[in-house]
Design a protein around this ligand. Structure first.
Ligand SMILES: Cc1cc2nc3c(=O)[nH]c(=O)nc-3n(C[C@H](O)[C@H](O)[C@H](O)COP(=O)(O)OP(=O)(O)OC[C@H]3O[C@@H](n4cnc5c(N)ncnc54)[C@H](O)[C@@H]3O)c2cc1C
Length: 168
């Protein structure tokens, strides 16, 4: 589909950073969201990742403060979240650099490869499903976490609970 831009009503610039904190937790301090990891908006993952951090640390803080769990539970926050954030910052940085590359390779990627390849790829159901699982972050699991143990059938400790179809 051809798009012709006829006017711009609002325009703003901002600086893209690719940075990640060395630690997400030191003592009683926790970093989450962009304070812990910031990267280009390519892929639309920043807010989703920050929300994931908040969900991860919030129930742990509530349980420790309510004396329902030992303080060591809080160590699992950085353990579970920092690996994904590191990968995210690295991959978005790489992708962003390629997208804005002023040379021939960047021009080819922007003006030919992506416009022609993406529509084709998005029609392939296997690739669409795989891309959805990556972008929606439902691929993420905490099997490696020290909180995770055991398995039940195909589901391991630290996995996202699979959809269960009810039978009536
Ligand atoms: C152009 C663009 C497009 C994006 N698109 C997407 C997308 O499609 N999907 C997605 O998931 N993410 C996207 N993101 C990323 C997303 O916007 C951020 O990851 C998210 O807003 C980070 O939320 P946050 O609460 O961690 O930090 P922020 O939103 O930066 O919130 C921090 C707040 O703290 C305040 N603050 C700072 N210092 C102090 C202080 N000393 N005292 C009190 N308050 C303070 C700030 O004013 C700010 O309100 C995009 C980002 C950009 C720039």
């Amino acid at each position: 589909m051809q798009i012709r831009v006829e006017g711009v009503d609002w325009f703003s610039t901002y600086q893209v950073h690719h940075r990640i904190a060395q630690h997400f937790n030191v003592g009683r301090t926790f970093l989450l969201g962009d304070a812990g990891h910031v990267h280009s908006p390519i892929g639309g993952q920043g807010m989703n990742t920050g929300t994931g951090d908040a969900i991860n640390v919030a129930w742990k803080l509530a349980d420790v403060m309510g004396r329902r769990a030992p303080a060591a539970l809080l160590d699992s926050y950085e353990d579970e979240r920092i690996g994904f954030a590191r990968t995210l910052v690295k991959t978005t940085d790489k992708l962003f650099r390629r997208m804005v590359d002023p040379g021939e390779a960047g021009r080819f990627l922007r003006s030919w490869l992506l416009p022609n390849l993406l529509p084709f790829l998005s029609r392939q159901s296997f690739l669409r499903r795989s891309l959805f699982r990556t972008v929606s972050q439902t691929r993420l699991h905490y099997r490696h976490s020290f909180l995770s143990a055991e398995r039940a059938g195909k589901v391991c400790g630290g996995d996202r609970l699979p959809l269960v179809r009810e039978r009536f």
